[in-house]
Design a binder for this molecule. Structure first.
Ligand code: ZN
Length: 553
């Protein structure tokens, strides 16, 4: 008993010796830390825009006061310290990715982060990231426990907090009003500037992503689309058809050998005279989470509505409901809701020591047992192969080590520590591997004689490799560089497919010269399987102009 009493006494004496701080003071100290230590990318952008000192000071004061206001609004009582600690640590993570990869934390990025799988997370962690988070986040968070929170009766606390909120809001307005013209000018010159203010960027974007109701859309049953769809003729009265749609990952169009890149990154495909290459294809989005649902929706980028697309069934459902065998084979983080209700095979969890390590598999895994699967299913088939492709930042892990052709390569997830050429070398080696996998796939399909077969490959989005200081992808669509939106697309048709579908290959080559986009996938898929519905748009069917009448392009 005595020992416990002495222990208690010592502990409370220690508590008394620590400085007592009100929750408002703690909030102000944390906000000062955010403004001064955590907003490097923001201050660099302000400096690049050659803002005056008065404008920069006003922005700093406003940033400080607005953060204090928002945190003061949300954090009360005993929750203040833990909440500030969480904010300090997450901010340290955010500043790392903003600093190294120029990541923009908009609502789409927050959704992508939530959908990241453990293998992706593992690749993004590095010793220097952990050190950075310890110094910039964990250390100041731990310092909060060196002080004693001052407890006040609740009435006094409430009065004090209201005063605090009024004062911080007045300070923010007072700081911004005299320089409002300059602020608008800065925002116009750099539309991404507001996304560089942290932690406001990820807190506000995260709240927006939540408010946009993803969870609601994902939980409820999906609204059916193209309910009037019928198939005429079906595989009962003609030879069965197979379309293998390969969804590539993170492949930018200008590094695609077939598109005239200075390096031949697609030697195997270039050697095939029977391919149709589409050099001018635009992606619907700059991230998998945006592009994938959009590619399989009738809305496309032309009528893009993220929430509506998330709540609706995809073209895969339409085809499956008509009795067409649909299979989604995935070597990545899943189909983002596109394949709900259809047969799915997660190949990334395959147990193949030659192709799989640490929860990741090389893309050849997508071909394992594929011929048997094709032969086993009767009638028409659509098989989607979702590649790991050029998923970054570890491009050097996306191909077998023995196949390293371009050297030296960047061998770290911290791309900004590598030279541009090392990054491009690793990236292009991964492209060579995609080329080899597609070539193997065509070989495999060409050997199948029972069906009319076509293979369509298209990447989900591109990638920034250091241009304008940008890395990876996920830039907001309206300001995204072409590197993230221009994607390769290539088509192979078996002679029987083009003959029996009455598709003139020369005509398709003409179509391929024109700009196309992910918006063409929905109607092209319906057209391949002779599906008639009011949702079908012949203008967006890559083959529509080339069926029956070769001269009508
Ligand atoms: Zn992607």
């Amino acid at each position: 008993m005595n020992a416990i009493a002495i222990d208690e006494g010592a502990r409370s004496a220690r508590r008394r010796s620590r400085p007592a701080l009100s929750s408002e003071t703690m909030i102000l100290l944390a906000c000062a830390w955010f403004v001064l230590a955590c907003n490097g990318p923001f201050w660099a952008a302000v400096q690049r825009a050659q803002a005056s000192t008065a404008l920069a000071v006003s922005l700093g004061v406003a940033m400080f006061a607005l953060h204090a206001f928002l945190i003061g609004l949300c954090a009360w009582g005993r929750a203040v310290r833990p909440l500030l600690a969480v904010l300090l640590v997450t901010t340290a993570f955010a500043t790392w990715y903003m600093d190294r990869f120029a990541v923009v934390f908009d609502a789409d990025m927050m959704r992508s982060i939530v959908q990241t799988d453990p293998a992706e997370t593992r690749e993004l962690l590095s010793p220097s990231l952990i050190l950075h988070v310890l110094l910039q986040g964990a250390l100041p968070a731990a310092a909060l426990w060196l002080v004693t929170p001052r407890q006040l009766p609740w009435r006094r606390q409430l009065k004090r907090r209201l005063l605090f909120l009024v004062a911080t809001l007045a300070l923010a307005v007072g700081a911004l009003l005299p320089v409002s013209q300059g602020v608008f000018g800065l925002m116009r010159g750099d539309p991404l500037l507001r996304y560089r203010i942290t932690p406001g960027n990820f807190v506000v974007s995260g709240a927006r992503a939540l408010a946009q109701g993803d969870a609601k859309a994902a939980l409820g049953p999906k609204r059916p689309i193209a309910t009037d769809a019928i198939q005429v003729p079906t595989a009962a009265t003609r030879r069965p058809r197979l379309l293998v749609l390969v969804v590539g990952e993170t492949v930018r169009g200008d590094h695609w050998g077939l598109n005239g890149y200075a390096r031949q990154t697609t030697p195997a495909l270039a050697a095939r005279a029977d391919l149709v290459n589409f050099p001018d294809v635009s992606a619907c989005g700059t991230s998998t989470a945006v592009s994938l649902p959009c590619m399989f929706s009738p809305r496309g980028r032309a009528h893009y509505d993220r929430a509506a697309i998330a709540g609706e069934a995809s073209v895969l459902d339409v085809l499956a409901n008509l009795g067409i065998s649909v299979l989604w084979r995935d070597n990545q983080a899943g189909c983002k809701g596109v394949c709900d209700g259809v047969e799915t095979q997660a190949m990334s969890s395959a147990d193949d020591p030659a192709l799989c390590h640490d929860g990741r598999c090389l893309d050849e895994i997508l071909l394992r047992g594929l011929a048997e699967r094709i032969q086993a299913a009767p009638g028409d088939q659509l098989i989607v192969l979702h590649m790991l492709g050029n998923h970054g930042p570890n491009y050097f892990e996306r191909y077998p080590a023995a196949d390293e052709h371009f050297t030296p390569t960047c061998r770290t997830a911290e791309l900004s520590r590598c030279g541009r050429e090392e990054i491009a070398n690793a990236y292009d080696n991964a492209l060579l591997y995609t080329d080899a996998v597609l070539d193997q796939l065509i070989e495999l399909l060409a050997a199948e004689r029972e069906r009319d077969i076509a293979m369509l490959y298209v990447s989900d989005h591109g990638e920034s490799l250091g241009e304008y200081g940008l890395y990876l992808h996920g830039a907001p669509y309206r300001v995204a560089p072409r590197a993230q939106l221009h994607v390769p697309m290539v088509l192979w048709m078996s002679p029987a497919f083009s003959a029996n579908s009455r598709i003139d290959t020369a005509c398709v080559r003409e179509v391929a010269r024109k700009p196309t986009s992910h918006d063409h996938l929905f109607s092209t898929l319906l057209g391949v399987f002779d599906v008639k519905t009011s949702a079908y748009d012949p203008e967006r069917d890559l083959f529509a102009a080339c069926r029956d009448s070769p001269e009508a392009v």
